[in-house]
Design a protein around this ligand. Structure first.
Ligand SMILES: CNc1ncnc2c1ncn2[C@@H]1O[C@H](/C=C/CNC(=O)c2cc(-c3ccc(F)cc3)cc(O)c2O)[C@H](F)[C@H]1O
Ligand SMILES: [Mg+2]
Length: 215
């Protein structure tokens, strides 16, 4: 059967990137998505904002919801300090398989724990299963209507504590209206919008950074 788009994206990485070089993997994916086939990676423009926030935060414990092909996983993992712990959740086995190979091509497999499963099932188990107490950074990029329920579940499980930074992709396009209302109106979050564009297009989109202030 015809290869899927993620499999064609992986072929582009294998054809163009240098093994063990994360930047070449990022460049290969961006080139493929800009010139061959669009794909829902955070992309280079929003990716630069993501990079600067990761560098500024220098997080020790990171959670990503929605690995997809692993593009943002590679962007984040390449900037993490030694000893940092990065868990990324992906429940589609085909996407997870492609992401493992993309992460491997970047030489970052030792920095990333890709967990194949649903956020709703795994969030309550992260503490006892991985021994993580709280996350310094959570990158939300999965189904847009799941940002809010998963954020609430992370709060209830005590995985969001004072200082935790939530970074949400696509708050304009496709949009996450209920999540945005929640973090912008809650006295427990200090929220800020980073205006940008939908990956590889001129359509407006952006990232919302929300710092948890404690209960
Ligand atoms: C719900 N719990 C989950 N647990 C684990 N993995 C999950 C879960 N839910 C989804 N996944 C996994 O997370 C990924 C889902 C990404 C969804 N992303 C988008 O839809 C998305 C869409 C656009 C877009 C914009 C304009 C347009 F015209 C068309 C598309 C742009 C973007 O940047 C996006 O991120 C993956 F696919 C799914 O298996
Ligand atoms: Mg996205």
């Amino acid at each position: 059967t015809r290869k899927s788009r993620p499999q064609r994206l992986l072929k582009a990485v294998e054809g163009k990137a240098t093994l063990g070089d994360p930047q070449s993997v990022i460049t290969a994916i961006d080139h493929f998505c800009r010139h061959k086939e669009w794909a829902m990676n955070v992309g280079d423009e929003k990716g630069s904002i993501l990079d600067s926030l990761v560098i500024e935060l220098s997080p020790v414990n990171v959670l990503e919801l929605g690995t997809y092909c692993g593009y943002s996983t590679v962007r984040i993992a390449r900037l993490l300090p030694p000893g940092a712990r990065f868990i990324t959740l992906e429940f589609n086995p085909d996407y997870a398989a492609v992401a493992r190979q993309v992460i491997g091509w970047a030489g970052l497999e030792d920095k990333v724990q890709l967990v194949e499963g649903a956020s709703g099932d795994w969030i309550p188990r992260l503490r006892e299963h991985f021994g993580v107490q709280m996350f310094d950074l959570v990158f939300l990029d999965h189904w847009k209507d799941q940002y809010l329920p998963d954020t609430k579940q992370l709060e209830e499980c005590g995985l969001i504590q004072k200082g935790t930074v939530l970074l949400a992709d696509n708050v304009i396009c496709p949009g996450t209206p209920d999540y945005l209302k929640y973090v912008r109106n809650s006295p427990h979050y200090d929220s800020r919008y980073y205006r940008s564009h939908l990956e590889y297009t001129k359509v407006e989109d952006g990232l919302e950074k929300s710092v948890f202030l404690g209960f």
